[in-house]
Design a protein around this ligand. Sequence first.
Ligand code: 28F
Length: 639
Amino acid sequence: MTTVKNKEYDATSIKILEGLDAVRKRPGMYIGSTDKRGLHHLVWEIVDNAIDESINGYGDYIKITLNKDGSITVEDHGRGVPTGMHESGHTTPEVIYTILHAGGKFEEGSYKVSGGLHGVGASVVNALSKWMNVVIYRDGAVHSITFENGGHVKEPLKKIGTTNRTGTTVTFLPDPEIFKSTNFSFTTITERMQESAFLLSGITIEVEDEEDNRNVKYHYEAGLINFVEYINEGKTTLHKVINFNGIKQGIEVDIALQYQEGYNENILSFVNNVKTSDGGSHETGFKSGITKAFNEYAKENNILKSKDASFEGSDVREGLSAVINLKVPENLLQFEGQTKGKLGTPEARTVTEQITYENMKFFLEENREIAVTIVEKASRSKVAREAARKAREAARQGKGKEKKDKILSGKLAKATGKNTAISELFLVEGDSAGGSAKTGRNRETQAILPLRGKVLNCEKASSNDIHSNEELNTLTYAIGAGIGNDFDPSESNYGKVIIMTDADDDGAHIQILLLTFFYRFMRPLIEAGMLYIANPPLYAIDYGKYKEYVATDEELEEKKKTIKQSYKVQRFKGLGEMDADELYETTMNPATRSLIKVSITDAALAEKRVSVLMGDKVEPRKEWINENVDFTLEDDFRR
Ligand code: 28F
């Protein structure tokens, strides 16, 4: 193929480079951020193009490979990007991968599904890459084009071989000058790909990590039904997954749901295959539809008497897992919120409510036994809720105050200062470490609450058990900001709540149990960035007149190499082995300690993780931990 150089070609070349440069100057405008989230946006961008090609009916297989050199490859079996000349004098692939927004819409009448921040085009990915290579299999030929340094053509499009297949393969290396970290997370990618495979039943998505030799393949024939089965994996369910769908006012609604024995509600929603993490009108509609169907059914069957109060939404959602998927035409799409993760479209509420109500009402009438089981569950929730409300009212009238003080006295070592913003509450494993912490602390700003024994597993306990658990009540009173729906982080007695446990298995377990409690009952505390994990040292190294502390085996090995004299290593089996000063200096002193801030990058995933990790069946938990070794630090809780 010969490239015709002309004025037009030169003019577009300059515009192209200006465009790519604008992306490099302000990457946040195009991909949201340059942290891990932004880095993975690059992947979603390319994968979305492969998915769109598949949704349009071309190709049912997509593969993502994390390569050893840090680059990533996305491969599809679609038609392959056209390889002919564009009127500008550039080849079509060059145009698609260098002109901003080209490729946003593939062709007239086709269905571009991606939304939100994505769909900004493969050229943005190219602009933010050290290099990118595109290989196209089409019309019997294999073509390749390579770019470098943010979209400059390195090797123009040329034929490199013949083939009998079709498709597109894109490989790129994110530019380390743009991104804070260029390490892709296998977990982040597989979790999202599994979600896509659930939503696009029939297609196969494979993810391979060449560095760590990991490989997974997702393929689901029953879409949303399989999705809900997956969410409820390891839980005792009350019936088979219910699935219904409908279309009104051009909005398609597809819903799968299932009740399980536990108490947690887990609703995931999607619009045009993009997750709506903050819910929105469709979720609201779904909830009212469910509530209405159950209230009518219970009244018509005299389970709720006419004098009884109705079920509240929360009553009929205890133990409910559901996935909602909507297809909304472009002209009705409205997203809200900072991250555009919330559906605004008002029509979606009424449409989803009607479809949910009609189908659930019908299901309950046709399946009496299941209906009664769920309604009785809702009734128990209603009774517990009404009892809790009475207890709260009593507490507000002062009756609980004495009880609270009594529970706290002898356990909590309060801080003497009054400035809650700079006050810190340390939750300490065991009485002996609690003793050292009480002695060593800064009394003005640091309060200590020793925890005795194992914390209750909130994933398995009923709300009654949780509300009557002494250990958790003590903790709740100490923080002083309420619990559950009543929790308000601005009322917290402390600006930081810090979990301080031993650096062993027991300590890790207590951490998980506490995190489960905070996640379920004080989530706003996490969202406000007020929950931390202390990072105590594992070893002390004595040499000459020096003493240094390290937190991991790797650091210890590094340290040993640098010491040129004899030294002594001490391994701390627990916090209790450190004296008060040592504990303060290494783990509590704001000037020298390192804390891990607990963050929820994705509530739904955290939910799944917490359920799997804390649920009652052991097998899936083991499997899940094996598959996702980097559970705690890498993805969820950033250092
Ligand atoms: C690994 C990422 O990007 N796959 C893609 C296609 C297929 C077509 C296309 C893409 C043509 C003129 C824009 C093929 N044949 N995977 C991908 N597969 N783009 S991207 O066309 C782009 C348009 O301007 C394609 C016929 N029509 C479209």
